[in-house]
Design a protein around this ligand. Structure first.
Ligand SMILES: O=C(O)CCC(=O)C(=O)O
Length: 255
């Protein structure tokens, strides 16, 4: 991709739509390299992580792994991918300032069991003031409506924060409680993706994803969360919520 030639167009589309898609952001060789490191991480690093950072659709089944938190904090290769180079460069371009790399995540929806991602705005989880942040979503598999591609509500980032309420979805504990309202579905767009495509959305953009209805197709992706350096996090409220949630999930035997 020619980053320099496309920068003003990208920024404009991001500010109007609340998301942008960068097809082929990584080459197939680069995707293979990332996937090799994901496999290495799962084999060598994941076994030493706290259960509050690793989620399974069925915690007795490694093939049902659905989410890993803070990969960059646990592994130098992912730390470097997250904090240097092209991903951070795009975040700084779209937020138009220096950024704080906050959380790098792995997402999978295992075939058959991968649950839908509830409609939400990431900013509700982030607890920022102002809510200036973005999430990148890097496809590692071919993704479509059958295996649960991401769906964005175009322009929703301009309409403020919606009410959220507790969900039963592991890894996405809050969802918009009145979704869909009148215009949500009209403005919603499903984004099929190829391995290496990068989707980027603003922290106020409403998004969700279907479950994985396929018999044998995984739906693997990496998420990169960057905050604007001008956004202040309510760190105490955030930590308190995370601890309460982890205690609840542990007492239910879900993590
Ligand atoms: O992978 C998914 O299903 C959704 C990811 C998501 O909601 C996010 O990256 O903010």
């Amino acid at each position: 991709m020619n980053l320099v030639a496309n920068t003003s167009d990208l920024s404009q589309r991001f500010s109007i739509d609340g998301f942008v898609v960068l097809p082929g952001f990584l080459s197939s060789i680069e995707v293979t390299e990332v996937k090799t490191h994901v496999d290495r991480f799962i084999e060598n690093v994941l076994p030493n992580m706290a259960s509050s950072e690793v989620f399974f659709e069925d915690k007795n089944n490694l093939a049902a792994l659905k989410q890993i938190q803070r990969m960059g904090d646990h592994d130098p290769w992912f730390h470097s991918l997250f904090t240097r180079g092209r991903f951070r460069q795009i975040a700084e371009l779209l937020l138009d300032c220096e950024v704080v790399p906050k959380n790098m995540q792995y997402f999978n929806k295992p075939p058959g069991t991968g649950q839908p991602t509830p409609p939400h705005q990431d900013g509700y989880y982030f607890m920022l003031d102002p809510c200036n942040a973005l999430t990148m979503w890097l496809a590692l598999d071919e993704t479509d409506q059958e295996n649960g591609c991401v769906r964005y509500v175009r322009g929703s980032h301009c309409k403020g924060m919606r009410n959220h309420a507790r969900t039963d979805t592991l890894g996405f504990s809050q969802g918009i409680d009145d979704f869909p309202d009148g215009q949500d579905l009209v403005n919603e767009i499903a984004i099929p993706a190829q391995p290496g495509d990068l989707l980027v959305h603003h922290a106020l953009t409403i998004h969700r994803a279907g479950g994985n209805l396929s018999a044998d197709r995984t739906r693997k992706a990496l998420g990169f969360i960057y905050y604007s350096q001008n956004a202040r996090e309510n760190a105490v409220a955030h930590l308190t919520y995370q601890r309460k949630l982890a205690a609840e999930l542990r007492s239910q035997g879900r993590i």
